[in-house]
Write a protein that binds this ligand. Sequence first.
Ligand code: CA
Ligand code: CA
Ligand code: CA
Length: 327
Amino acid sequence: MGIKNNRVITLSSVLLLATGCSPSPDVIASSNVNEYKGSASITQGLAKTIEANLFDCDNGRSRVAGVGEITDADGKVWTVPAKNHFASATKAVDLYEQCANITPRSIANVDENAVPVVVVDPDGEEITGYIFADNYFELYINGQLIAVDSVPFTPFNSSIVKFKVNKPYTIAVKMIDWEENLGVGTENNQGSSHHPGDGGFIASFSDGTVTNSNWQAQTFYTAPIYDLTCLNEVDGKRLSNTCTTKGSNNGENAYAAHWETPSNWMNKEFDSAAWPKATLYTEDEIGVNNKKSYMNFIEKFSGAGAHFIWSTNVVLDNEVLLRYEVK
Ligand SMILES: [Ca+2]
Ligand SMILES: [Ca+2]
Ligand SMILES: [Ca+2]
């Protein structure tokens, strides 16, 4: 099937070039995996579903949040969109979560005293955190898992956490921009069966800590990629800025780039010096103006001085690890 498709694709690419048009994203897999020279492991096509759906919405609609596995040319198995602790970990308390009918109009309507405090240091300062994640977060403090997002994909929700810790301390967040088409980083959206959704993370903490460009952000999974020659690496940055982010109805043969996550990446002593600084994104770029889970608590997000952060590509980078040391 692959060879036949590639012939067709090559022919259509030639025709497009001959007519002066640039190839559309529907012209997929136009490069050969053997030509790729970067540090990622490359897979092509859809993953095998190993978990059909992690979440059911009791009150409203949610996108199917599955988990898959896909094998690269070396026989290494990759979990997509990423390994996660959703099924087993403590869920963060919801600020806003419509599936659970938790829909306060503002922070004044939230009982913050009811939020359990996770103890990292018994004699530490008690800190409250306010989090909005597109789509899913796992929050670690000094390597200890504090809580995970209660909704892996959609609808969009927001969360409140409390923990007790001494400074300096290290915040580490695993971010997943979830996907419907496992292995190719896409969802049925905006008129395309393979629309590459976007990510985004914003948080503020009661000790004054906010997400900003002093955080670090590294990508570990980038998809969909239709032309591997658009991937590039400079100064530790895993760049995909020149890769198309257009939707396609034909994305099931797209490539994906995977990098192994270090097992101790969330620990305080992990050396992330080589990781890039986070890239900032505006509320308009993330598209939160119509999301009550964000807007009802905006004073705890941009109103508190926090910025949306991600790696260099908020559309194609789907597993992003964040780190920040609070001095
Ligand atoms: Ca979520
Ligand atoms: Ca994406
Ligand atoms: Ca998303």
